[in-house]
Structures are given as C-alpha cells and as structure tokens.
Ligand binder design. Structure first.
Ligand code: FNR
Length: 199
C-alpha cells in the first residue's frame, strides 16, 4: 500500500481547502491510502531553535518523509502562497543536509478559492518552490477550484464536488500516483546526492 499525505494551507475549521482535501482523499486510486497532518500546531520558523525543533515540526517532517507523495490543498492569499504553507516548507527544509524530506518527493496541489478569477499564483508559487527545494511537483494541468463555495455537492451522504471539477481533481490525483510510480523522484535524489553527497 502506498500513502499520500494531505496538507491543508488554511487553519480555519470550515476551510474550503480542507473540504477539497477530504474529497480528494476519498477518491484515491487502488493501492493508495490517505494520511493527514494538521498544520495548526506548527509555530513560526525560528533559526534560534536550530537543532531543537518543536515536536510538531519533527512530526511534520516525519509525515512528509514517510509518505510516498504529498497533496496540498491551499488557498491563495493576496496573490501568493499563504504564510502557513511557506512556513511548513521552511521548517521541512532545515536541516537541509544530508537530505531533507522534500528531496525527491512527488507532490501535486489544488487551490480552492471563493474568487471567480484568482488562485493560480498560489499553485505556481508552491510548485516552483517545491521544485527548487529538490521535490518533484506534477507540473501539468494545474487545478484551481474557483467559486469553490458553489462546487460542493452531496452524493449518497458523502461530500464531493460537481462532476466536471471532480474529473480534473481525479486527474490531479492520478497524475501524482504516476509521479510516485515513475523515475522522477529517483532522478531528483540522484541530483541532490551528486551535489551534496549521500544521505
Ligand atoms: C483571500 N482570498 C483570496 N482568494 C484568491 O483567489 N486570491 C487572493 O489573492 C485572495 N486573497 C486573500 C487574502 C486573505 C488574507 C484571505 C483571508 C482571503 C479569498 C480566499 O479564496 C477565501 O477566503 C478562501 O475561502 C480561503 O480558503 P479556505 O480558508 O476556505 O480554505
């Protein structure tokens, strides 16, 4: 069984992105299971804590390291990635050496927004940063669920999203599974090792 870790870039209980992550998690391909990590307890990054990372940070790092792939569902805040997402990435990449948990890790993402026109900048920020940190973002067919508040429906007592959007979300998850099963992760690790040495 392979695992996909779901991370949500909003802390609020009624978050559209949390709801979207739950929909994605209940629609995984055969042979995959979902894990969740809640970012509520992760403090702001502080380099004074170098070598003494809080428990929540150690748990975050371990949850990424042990997952086969990561799926982010995040809002866009003021035309960029929310601070809590960037903060989680900053903690995860320190210590950087010999090999932090993002190196070689396949990742895909979705943005749920109440806007009719925005959201893509958060997604492209996230994928660019993930790639620059040595991770493996799925770069084809970005998924932004615009006017998200009107897209959720109930089917047989289970929350899902309307069929056209659901088709694109399924494609995003299946693309992540293909990235997990492909060679790109190993190539990214090999590049890291060539630059910084073996873990
Ligand atoms: C927003 N929102 C927003 N939406 C967007 O598409 N582009 C943006 O730049 C912004 N900027 C922004 C800034 C701040 C501080 C907030 C609080 C909100 C609206 C956003 O899409 C909406 O609040 C979502 O519902 C947030 O996601 P969750 O919390 O529902 O997951």
């Amino acid at each position: 069984m392979k695992s996909i870790l779901f991370l949500v870039g909003s802390l609020r209980a009624e978050s559209l992105n949390r709801r979207l992550a739950r929909v994605a998690a209940t629609n995984l391909p055969d042979g995959y299971e979902a894990a969740f990590f809640d970012l509520n307890d992760v403090p702001f990054y502080n380099e004074d804590l170098k070598g003494h990372a809080p428990e929540s940070v150690l748990a975050l790092r371990e949850s990424i390291r042990s997952a086969d792939g990561v799926f982010w569902a995040t809002p866009e805040y003021n035309y960029a990635l929310p601070g809590i997402v960037k903060n989680a990435i900053d903690w995860t990449t320190r210590p950087m050496l010999p090999q932090h948990p993002i190196v070689g890790k396949p990742m895909n993402a979705a943005v749920a927004t109440n806007s009719a026109t925005n959201g893509i900048r958060s997604l492209s920020d996230l994928k660019r940063i993930w790639a620059n940190c040595g991770g493996v973002p799925v770069t084809t067919f970005d998924f932004v669920l615009q006017l998200a508040q009107s897209k959720f429906i109930e089917q047989d007592g289970i929350e899902t999203i309307e069929p056209t959007s659901m088709g694109v979300l399924r494609f995003a998850i299946d693309s992540l599974a293909r990235a997990i099963e492909g060679e790109a992760g190993a190539v990214a690790v090999a590049n890291w090792t060539a630059r910084f040495g073996a873990a």
